[in-house]
Design a protein around this ligand. Structure first.
Ligand code: FRU
Length: 504
């Protein structure tokens, strides 16, 4: 009897953690998505349907480290307030559910709809198959599908799986979308070791025909994973769109801009340069939403972590966050296409309180800002001075702080988290502390939008042409803000700090 009471208490405790997470733990982001508990990596199956943005994700339902890969699930109607749902597709019989995408089969090309009112949501994922559990490295990867007739709440694995198997070991992360001009489904799958994205097309998501290959190209110093292809609008050129191909290379991401005719992607950017949607340590496996309503900007969501130390970050009972959803557009500059990503403007606003500096504040050395918070949005702009490094420090407490700066001499935007937090949880973390990216001032100015949320910093520079995302793990009392200018005096032309409410 006593044992039964204890069991009921234990079950009650765990079910409660799942359904009503407190979200009050140290380091817990307040306006970014994190799973209620346990491990999360890549976003999967981003699809909009019936007024809901679905966020599926790589998830270990049983622990706070990578393993037992299944698709976790949450929905939102504004990409900001999320509702956790039960695991959507589970690992079974040593077949793990790796990354993939989801589509809405409006015309029932699959035949999965049973009634006239059914609209199948179809998940296309990599089945990671380990025949002998004592030899986890002896795996193979095939592409499988599963369908849902109840808005993604329950999925049935297709009995005809695999829908694509080429007998390769590292062949994964299918991205599928509907290509209206050729009236076909398109699938991209990476050959991770070969640095190749393979393109396929299909009339029904079941029979796939190989159409072309892309790569190696750009950065192929590490294995390739998680590719995506989408059309993005060019700013200030109504009606003009280009195709953007993105992929991940183990510790970072890159993009290509060009043309796609339904069979083959051709890059139009200079081949000798690497373009990244984010230059920080913690932005990975980003993919975009399928089936967004007409006129909705494309939305990219990345995983905020890095495989170098992902399993060891000091958060509990969850691990990893998703980046704030980013809207994408393109800018043509001389002979290059630049991808701009900016935080998606959602409603209702999260702002609790806004602090604004008077305009044209001149700073020499440093100046404190009278806001103390670890959940803020910052807009800051300054005039770049010769030989001067200027910027802002967050999570400040004496010498401690996270630095975001611009060095006028090297024309680089940089972050430095080496003195931002305790890094003992991983012996290598400190080595990956300084990140930078080239950036030319616009009309002589640098302007930044920053989202700082407990253990996450996302920086968007000059209308999102350079972004840097990084994790930090500061004490709660490290919550000051400071503006600085070294080597000269800097005129700051804007500073707005908004403290943000929790979405949980
Ligand atoms: C990327 C990745 C994918 C794979 C998944 C497994 O982070 O390695 O290639 O499908 O994670 O969880």
């Amino acid at each position: 009897m006593k044992n039964l009471a204890i069991l009921i208490l234990i079950i009650f405790f765990f079910s409660n953690v799942y359904s009503q997470p407190a979200y009050k733990e140290k380091y817990r982001p307040q306006f970014h998505f994190t799973p209620a508990k346990n491990w999360m990596n890549d976003p999967n199956g981003l699809v909009y349907h019936n007024g809901e943005y679905h966020l599926f994700y790589q998830h270990n339902p049983f622990g706070n480290r990578w393993g037992h890969m299944s698709w976790g699930h949450a929905v939102s109607n504004n990409l900001m307030h999320w509702k956790h749902l039960p695991v959507a597709i589970s690992e079974k019989d040593s077949v793990a559910i790796f990354s993939g995408s989801a589509v809405i089969d409006k015309t029932n090309t699959t035949g999965f709809a049973k009634n006239a009112t059914d609209v199948p949501m179809v998940a296309i994922y990599t089945a990671h198959i380990i025949a002998d559990s004592t030899k986890p490295d002896n795996y193979r990867q095939e592409q499988h599908i599963a369908y849902s007739l109840d808005n993604g709440r329950t999925f049935t694995k297709y009995s005809g799986n695999p829908v694509l198997d080429i007998g390769k070991k590292d062949f994964r992360d299918p991205k599928v979308f509907w290509h209206e001009p050729t009236k076909k489904w398109i699938m991209l799958v990476v050959l991770a070791q070969e640095h190749i994205i393979k393109f396929y097309s299909s009339p029904d998501l079941k029979k796939w025909t190989h159409t072309s290959d892309f790569g190696p190209a750009g950065d192929y110093s590490e294995i390739w994973e998680c590719s995506d292809l989408l059309e993005v609008s060019v700013e200030n050129e109504p009606g003009n769109k280009k195709w953007v191909l993105i992929n991940s290379q183990q510790y970072g991401m890159q993009y290509f801009v060009g043309e796609f005719d339904g069979n083959k992607f051709v890059s139009k950017n200079p081949a000798n340069k690497i373009y990244r949607p984010d230059y920080g340590p913690d932005y990975y496996a980003g993919i975009t939403y399928n089936n967004l309503p007409d006129g909705h900007p494309p939305i990219l969501i990345g995983w905020i972590n890095n495989w170098k130390y992902a399993n060891d970050i000091p958060t509990d009972p969850w691990k990893s966050a998703m980046a704030f959803p980013r809207m994408l557009s393109l800018e043509k500059r001389n002979n290059e296409w630049i991808l701009l990503s900016n935080p998606f403007k959602t409603t209702p606003p999260l702002v609790q309180d806004a602090y604004m500096w008077e305009l044209q504040v001149k700073v020499k050395d440093k100046q404190e800002v009278s806001v103390n918070s670890q959940t803020i949005a910052v807009e800051i702009e300054w005039e770049v001075q010769k030989n001067t490094t200027a910027g802002i420090r967050l999570a400040v407490n004496g010498q401690r702080g996270f630095v975001i700066g611009y060095d006028a001499r090297s024309q680089k935007l940089f972050i430095d988290r080496s003195n931002a937090s305790d890094t003992n949880f991983h012996k290598g973390f400190n080595e990956w502390s300084k990140y930078e990216a080239s950036l030319v001032p616009k009309k002589g100015r640098i302007s930044l939008q920053i989202l700082y949320d407990k253990s996450i910093v996302e920086v968007f520079a000059n209308n999102g042409e350079v972004n840097i995302t990084a994790q930090i793990f500061p004490d709660e009392k490290n919550n000051g803000i400071e503006v600085f200018s070294k080597g000269g005096t800097t005129k700051f032309t804007q500073l707005t700090v908004s403290t943000l409410k929790s979405v949980w």
